[in-house]
Design a protein around this ligand. Structure first.
Ligand SMILES: [Zn+2]
Length: 449
């Protein structure tokens, strides 16, 4: 295969946003040169003023296959990803059956994914109450790291870990050198609050919010940081919602603890004040908090206490959202956003003075580093995979169902005017999404560590 060139006046590179030609051969970037006359033999795609971003990496996605394919699946999730500018997804271990807590389960996932994927994928291994003996085997089988819950995960088949069980797992995790991603809420504050609210009106968002207090996150993060100090494992806090944890996390980072932090578009875009009663589409855990909290999370990103932004794409069949019952107690918690996350984030970030270089750092480089593929994915640079997103940062659109490509087209973002349109997505130099269509056969494959 010969060289082709992707040209634009706004190529988002690690050195900044510049006019450049990205030269691609055999799916790899062979050079990034200042835009100028190229040899007439090189086929050229000139995108003019449209921006070219590195393919986005989402290290927090619930694909649900095998086992809960009626919720989502590799085919639909990876199409939604391509439409949203993502070229690599890392799947969480809990919603599939069997959960990814053994090598046999990882193999079942590989079989399920085969031939279905429009973009690349990886799978986190799970750490549960009783699988300490499987941790190092999963690492050897190619997972990039592990995920555990300090609170009930809201789904059967994947157990939370107590401090004691976590202590039993941590020496194994530390030996692998791989990150442990933790859902950081402790059950104590959640259970106490929920009991207090037994007679409350659960159609009110305020009731749900009160049932998942900041203290649940704070006490979990406090515990995790002390375990990180003791066991020296790579700690990653998933979906940080409370800004009250930022001081503690800033201090841990200055102390040199190996800790990283993510948050999600819904915590940066919505606030509790806007959520109407009965609107269970907004239910997720930890919960969307106040407007003031949201602004502080943006500050956390600005000062890099929060390292990056991932979707926590977590869909379910619409009936499980219990929209008719308007009951926050029984509705499934999770927000699906793969197709819209980039425009949502860009809409909010550009208003606050951030640039596409920040977007690339948060949505490509940062998550790629967590997943251990930072020498192959997440940057437009020589030697990297030619995963590219053509993005119109100025165009606006109103989010509609036709923009969602995951299995169940429900979303709390519908009807919003958003800034930025994904025009096309390229995986290793091949177009996998363009103007609402998915050309070619599914060519996404697993990236093994
Ligand atoms: Zn999640």
């Amino acid at each position: 295969m010969s060289v082709q060139a992707f040209v634009s006046r706004r190529v988002v590179t690690p050195q900044g946003i510049r006019a450049a030609a990205v030269l691609v051969e055999n799916g790899r970037i062979v050079d990034v040169t200042p835009a100028g006359p190229l040899s007439a033999e090189i086929p050229l795609k000139d995108f003019g003023d449209l921006a070219i971003l590195p393919g986005l990496v989402d290290s927090h996605v619930h694909i649900n296959e095998p086992g809960r394919t009626e919720w989502e699946g590799f085919r639909t999730a990876t199409r939604a990803a391509a439409a949203g500018g993502y070229t690599l997804l890392v799947d969480m271990p809990l919603n599939c059956l069997p959960p990814t807590t053994t090598v046999a389960a990882l193999e079942a996932k590989r079989n399920a994914a085969s031939g279905q994927c429009t973009v690349g994928w990886m799978a986190w291994g799970g750490v549960v109450s009783d699988n300490q003996g499987h941790i190092e085997d999963l690492a050897a089988a190619g997972v990039p790291g592990f995920k555990c819950f300090l609170v009930h995960p809201g789904i059967d088949g994947f157990t939370m870990v107590t401090e004691q069980q976590l202590r039993a797992a941590l020496p194994h995790v530390a030996r692998t050198g791989l990150p442990l991603l933790v859902h950081a809420e402790l059950p104590g504050p959640v259970d106490a609050a929920t009991q207090r609210l037994a007679q409350a009106d659960w159609s009110k968002y305020a009731t749900y919010l009160a049932s998942r207090p900041d203290e649940a996150e704070l006490s979990a993060i406090r515990l995790l940081l002390s375990l990180c100090r003791e066991f020296r494992f790579r700690l990653h806090i998933v979906h940080l919602s409370t800004s009250l944890a930022l001081d503690m996390l800033r201090a841990a980072k200055s102390e040199g603890l190996p800790v990283s932090v993510e948050t999600c578009p819904h915590y940066l875009h919505f606030s509790s004040e806007q959520i109407a009663d009965g609107q269970t589409l907004f239910k997720c855990a930890p919960p969307i908090r106040s407007c003031e909290n949201c602004e502080r999370l943006w500050e956390g990103l600005r000062e890099r206490v929060i390292d990056f932004v991932v979707t926590d794409h977590s869909p379910c069949p619409p009936a499980m959202k219990r929209l008719d019952e308007r009951d926050f107690r029984t509705a499934w918690g999770g927000i699906a956003s793969l197709s819209l996350a980039l425009p949502v984030l860009w809409t909010d970030a550009s208003r606050r003075g951030f640039t596409l270089a920040d977007i690339a750092r948060w949505t490509a480089e940062g998550p790629a580093k967590l997943a251990g593929c930072e020498s192959q994915k997440g940057r437009i640079a020589k030697g990297y995979d030619a995963d590219l997103v053509v993005f119109d940062p100025e165009a606006k659109f109103v989010a509609k169902q036709e923009h969602l490509h995951y299995r169940h087209r429900i979303s709390p973002y519908l009807g919003e005017e958003l800034r930025g349109i994904v025009q096309a997505t390229y995986l290793r130099g091949n177009c996998v999404f363009e103007s609402g269509t998915f050309p070619g056969e599914p060519s996404g494959r697993e990236i093994r560590r």
